[in-house]
Structure formats: C-alpha cells, structure tokens
Design a protein around this ligand. Structure first.
Ligand code: PDD
Length: 288
C-alpha cells in the first residue's frame, strides 16, 4: 500500500507531497506543528492538540486555515487512507509561500500539510528496560512553549543522545534545572512518592501527554507537584520518567552515567505507564 499525504487541500501519494521552495516554513521555520497519537479509532486528546495548535498559530499571528471540525475530518480521512491502527498524524501549518522577506507578507495563504504513520506507541522493550538519557544545556530560543517547526537545537540534542547510546537528551537551564527533553517532557518521582514535573510556562512545551498524565495521576489519587528540579536532584531521585505523544510514558533508568534507583523501571513509573496506556486507549479523553 502506498502512503498518502494531505497537501494544501489535496490527498496525494506521499512521494509527490511537495511545498514550494519559497514556503516560509522552509526558509524561516515560520510555522508550527502537532503530532497526534492514533490509538485504534482514537486520536489521543485531539481537543488539547487542536487547542495548542491554535495557541501556537495565534502567537505567530498565522491565520487558522480551517475549523477544528474540518481539520478533524482530514485527520480521520488520512488515518483511514493510510490504514493506521497505531501511530500518529503529523500536521504542519506554515505562514505560506511568498518572496523571501523577513517581515510578514501582506497577503499570504497558510500552507497546511499532514502525514500519518504507523508506529508502536507502547514499545514493550522500552517499557520493560527503561531508557537512558543524557543532559545538555538548553540552547533554544525564548519561546519553546510555541510548538514551532524551528527544531534545530532539538535535532542537535537528539543526535548527541544517539551518539551517546541514549534515547533522549534532557535539557537544563542556566540554574541547572531540567527544562524538558528534545521531544518529551521530563518528570521525577521523589522519595516521598510525589510525582514532579516542571510548571508549564514559556520555558517548556506544555505537552499534551503531560496534561493527560497529570489528569491520570489526579484520578489515581497520587500526589503531584509542578516545580523545577535540578539535574542533580533527578540523578538522586528514586525514579524518573518522560512523556510524549510518540512514546507515551517511559521510565528513565540512567541519566548520563548515573543509574536511577536500581537501574530498572520503578513501580510508580510502571503504574503510570499502564494507567496512561489505558487512558489513551479508552477514547475518553475529550478534554479541551
Ligand atoms: N514532540 N517537549 C518537546 C520539545 C516536544 O517536542 C514534545 C513532543 C514534547 C511532548 O509533547 P506531547 O506530549 O504533546 O507530545 C515536549 C513531538 C512528539 C515531536 O516533535 O515529534
């Protein structure tokens, strides 16, 4: 079966999915995106993704190209055409095509592209073994809360992690506090069994999985705190976790050269991974 993409109003074979060389996304990274997990018939927390997309577009002053309802129809149709049962849809909106000029063009139509891909969101090996992360300085711009396609620092960090045999790089700010992973949010579990993650202000992306997990934690009657934590605190925590739409909840068992806890996924992480997986599959997360 050949893959299908959606490009500016048309469903096209994936290999023919092109945008113009003067698209501002290509020249200025002038656009934003979302990655929405597909679990069976469910787009996991689609409402929260569309809300965040609107927020990113508003921050960049890019017009929303279609209603949420229309966007959802395209997402469903793309998942259907690509026969995705488990995976994700990627959607990207840029300011559009215009002669290269830094200031915004007067009249421009946003470009909207979508792709969909099959992917194992709950990887049994990653779940049972946990993952290794490295730590790197956060060198990104001042608004990582906007889900912008300007991801070069993130790509550099991920490559550095890969070279070090790790799955992710956790970034830290000037105070030595962890901001987030290059494509995930970072968490620790304290000795007092509190689940800790950084407050979502302009320093991090407010992950949709992060929000879903906070909901799951509250429902399960566990305690959580939104506060900064340092790399040193993370290394001495009994458990560490990360969340993202593409891997849900994973236990972090090594940070740089330091094993976390006994170097295996801990009980809180395993429980949360299971509870979140149930939540994602339930189709019950119609929260906006
Ligand atoms: N990235 N922080 C960053 C910098 C991210 O890029 C992501 C997700 C997250 C987690 O957000 P969410 O739970 O909404 O997926 C946090 C996606 C998966 C990506 O770029 O592929």
């Amino acid at each position: 079966m050949s893959r299908i993409a959606y490009v500016n109003g048309r469903y096209v074979p994936h290999r023919d999915g092109y945008v113009h060389i003067e698209d501002r996304g290509y020249q200025f990274a002038d656009g934003c995106y979302e990655v929405v997990a597909i679990s069976g018939d469910t787009f996991v927390d689609a409402g929260l993704h569309l809300k965040r997309l609107r927020r990113s577009l508003d921050a960049l002053k890019i017009a929303f190209p279609m209603t949420d309802a229309a966007l959802t129809v395209v997402m469903r149709e793309l998942a259907r055409r690509n026969m995705i049962r488990e995976g994700f849809v990627y959607l990207q909106i840029t300011r559009g095509v215009a002669p290269r000029d830094f200031a915004f063009p007067a009249k421009v139509k946003p470009s909207l592209v979508m792709t969909a891909r099959t992917k194992t969101l709950i990887d049994p090996r990653l779940l049972s073994d946990g993952i290794k992360v490295i730590t790197i300085p956060d060198i990104r711009w001042g608004r990582p809360d906007i889900k912008s396609v300007a991801l070069l620092p993130n790509a550099l960090g991920k490559e550095q992690a890969k070279q070090a045999g790790a799955v992710e790089a956790w970034q830290f700010d000037r105070d030595g506090n962890v901001t987030e992973g290059t494509s995930s949010n970072a968490w620790i579990v304290t000795k007092a069994c509190e689940v800790v993650t950084r407050k979502a202000n302009t320093d991090i992306l407010n992950g949709v999985t992060r929000l879903g997990l906070l909901h799951v934690i509250a429902e399960a009657g566990l305690r959580f705190v939104e506060r900064p934590f340092s790399v040193a605190e993370a290394k001495s925590a009994p458990e560490a976790l990360q969340t993202s739409s593409t891997n849900f909840v994973l236990s972090v068992v090594r940070i740089d050269d330091t094993p976390i806890g006994d170097g295996k996924p801990g009980p809180v992480g395993q429980k949360l991974a299971k509870l979140y997986a149930d939540y994602a599959a339930s189709g019950a997360q119609d929260r906006t």
